[in-house]
Design a protein around this ligand. Structure first.
Ligand SMILES: *Cc1c(COP(=O)(O)O)cnc(C)c1O
Length: 219
């Protein structure tokens, strides 16, 4: 068994039922993805559109591809025909674009709203008020080819694990509030995407349903 498969298996074994592992394969060659595919992994995350498109063409068609990074509106059209989930949506304008591209290819495209939970300035994401403004905008109700399946966020890059835990807990709270106010009874609104190589265990303890792990698997 190769090192990548071995590392993947060890992580997979620690992930409880109800949490899914997104193998973040950005910058890694198709061969590395094919190896994990053989081992049983079906969910892969990429943050560059060109790379996502190239790999989707080269690899088996039953892979579920997640777009995990910041997404530019002018690139949505390239991934709309196949992407399984877009993690980083943080504007009504992007949702509108995704809707339009989804309409063109006859799909309803699942998305997550990205929240700014880190204390760092640099990270992307909405605050709860901005998210509420999107969900209450009359335009949003017309977007029949996007579906919001939950929330996504990134904790501060720090050794302070108490802070990381608090940030994840805040995303879980935001998820609960949105569920209550806007998605009551909507079974599809069920995803909390949080946790990367350095902090996915804490994220799972705080209610993550999708962990996005790259370097711990592939390096
Ligand atoms: C790269 C990346 C990850 C994975 O990070 P690792 O530390 O390599 O596990 C997760 N989420 C996003 C948005 C990323 O860009």
């Amino acid at each position: 068994m190769s090192r990548i498969t071995d590392q993947w298996r060890k992580i997979q074994e620690t992930i409880p039922a109800g949490v899914r592992l997104v193998a973040v394969s950005k910058t890694k060659p198709a061969e590395a993805i094919a190896e994990l595919y053989e081992a049983g992994q079906r969910l892969f995350g990429e943050n560059r559109v060109q790379e996502l498109v190239d790999k989707q063409l080269a690899l088996p068609s039953d892979i579920a591809w997640h777009a995990i990074g910041h997404l530019q509106t002018n690139k949505v059209k390239y991934i709309a025909p196949f992407v399984s989930l877009i993690h980083g949506v943080e504007s009504l304008r992007l949702l509108e674009t995704i809707h339009r591209q989804g309409e063109k290819c006859g799909r309803v495209i699942p998305c997550l709203l990205e929240f700014h939970i880190a204390r760092e300035e640099s990270k992307f994401g909405l605050n709860p008020e901005e998210a509420m403004a999107i969900l209450e905008d009359p335009l949003y109700r017309t977007l029949t080819h996007v579906r919001i399946d939950g929330v996504m966020g990134m904790a501060t890059y720090t050794d302070n694990l108490t802070q990381v835990r608090e940030e994840f807990a805040s995303l879980r709270r935001i998820f609960g509030e949105l569920q209550r106010h806007y998605f009551a009874g909507a079974a599809h609104f069920c995803e909390v995407s949080m946790g990367m190589s350095g902090d996915y265990r804490i994220a799972i303890e705080e209610g993550s349903t999708l962990v996005r792990v790259g370097s711990s698997i592939f390096s």
